[in-house]
Design a protein around this ligand. Structure first.
Ligand SMILES: Nc1ncnc2c1ncn2[C@@H]1O[C@H](COP(=O)(O)OP(=O)(O)OP(=O)(O)O)[C@@H](O)[C@H]1O
Length: 357
């Protein structure tokens, strides 16, 4: 098992950072009046770990006995949707956004089913079951509306825990029905403490300060990434001495290549080249929003100061359109064409100024 899973905290007492948050969760679990909750924060900050620990506090170790099911749902047009569901006797966890725009069907069916079944385990500590919904911020508007209605209706025997990166794409009625829990990224000192703990538990001795600093600055607040990189480096150079080479993931290097192409040449042929690179990235399941963000960041790094704000402005607009639409490639490509046109105008203006001089 990877260290990141093996040494993952299992109870609220084991959690390393944000102790105030752990205390609040502990008292909420004991209060007998557990609310619907929304955990939000950046990737790898520890949201899912914290949710799992809260469930354990609520229901005891039985919640760790998990069963994985694949359920089939039927859309109104009789299309079959496969959804993976993880459940224990006390909770159920799902990612409805896996099925794109049909997420409403999944939300409605699952929630109705859970809400209408009473807790049958007489020894259960709580009378309600918990439904954990991952990637809640990717839910369609329809699914969010369905969720909102269910939250009102079935409060007596069901609680919902939403997990999201940000609250901005959730509709206000959902936010107002949940207790919001912000799980911020750990700071470098907190990350260092976790890495030292993992190193000592894994029998890997202590971690040199320079190595820890390098891993932490590369991880940028993502605890999962830090532990994964630490384990990989430990396999390569067991004593972690000398300059470390933290390899960038292939998809990131590929995105940077795309950005360099946009900056280098602005022609229809180049748009076609970029398109084929986008297809390559998408076919390797890199999320389109991540592609857009990584490419845009790199283009901005290389662009003239006067263009930076416009490039980001259009990236935000096309990201929004991408979320509304189905075909992601159109919007990625439209952004590329927009940026190329901004670039061309900029270069043309420079030429003209030179000419006037
Ligand atoms: N409080 C903590 N103390 C120690 N280690 C932690 C803590 N929180 C998280 N971790 C470590 O970080 C890893 C990633 O955490 P987790 O999967 O909970 O993040 P997440 O915020 O849900 O990420 P994502 O949004 O990308 O799914 C865990 O597997 C665990 O090893």
């Amino acid at each position: 098992m990877l260290w990141v899973d093996h040494y993952r905290p299992r109870s609220l007492d084991d959690l390393h950072y944000h102790e105030g948050l752990s205390d609040r969760l502990r008292s909420l679990a004991a209060s007998g009046d557990f609310p619907h909750m929304l955990f939000y924060g950046p990737s790898g900050a520890g949201k899912k770990t914290r949710i799992a620990c809260t469930l354990k506090q609520l229901f005891g170790p039985g919640v760790e006995k998990l069963k994985i099911d694949q359920r089939v749902f039927l859309t109104p047009s009789r299309r079959k949707l496969d959804v993976n569901i993880v459940q224990s006797n006390f909770h159920i966890e799902l990612t409805p956004s896996e099925v794109g725009n049909y997420d409403r069907v999944v939300i409605q069916e699952i929630l109705k089913e859970i809400a209408q079944t009473q807790q049958v385990d007489l020894n259960a500590k709580q009378r309600f079951k918990v439904v954990v919904i991952n990637e809640a911020d990717s839910l369609s508007r329809d699914a969010q509306a369905a969720l909102r209605r269910t939250m009102e209706k079935y409060m007596s025997n069901m609680r919902i825990i939403l997990c999201a990166n940000s609250t901005s794409r959730l509709i206000a009625p959902i936010k107002s029905r949940c207790l919001l829990m912000r799980v911020a990224a750990p700071n470098p000192a907190e990350m260092k403490a976790v890495l030292s703990y993992v190193a000592s538990r894994a029998g890997a001795g202590s971690i040199p300060d320079e190595a820890a600093d390098e891993i932490i600055s590369d991880a940028n607040g993502n605890m999962r990434k830090a532990i994964l990189v630490f384990e990989a480096l430990k396999m390569q150079t067991p004593d972690l001495s000398g300059p470390l080479s933290i390899a960038k993931p292939d998809w990131e290097t590929y995105c940077h290549k795309v950005a360099d192409m946009i900056v280098k040449e602005q022609t229809p042929q180049q748009v076609m080249e970029v398109r084929s690179k986008f297809y390559e990235l998408l076919s390797h399941c890199i999320p389109p929003t991540i592609i857009l963000k990584t490419v845009a960041d790199r283009v901005v790094e290389r662009a003239d100061e006067s263009l930076k704000a416009d490039i980001m402005h259009w990236a935000a607009i096309y990201e929004n359109r991408m979320r509304l639409g189905n075909k992601k490639i159109y919007h990625l490509e439209a952004w590329v064409v927009k940026v190329m046109s901004l670039y061309k105008h900029f270069l043309f203006d420079i030429d003209m100024t030179g000419f006037e001089d």
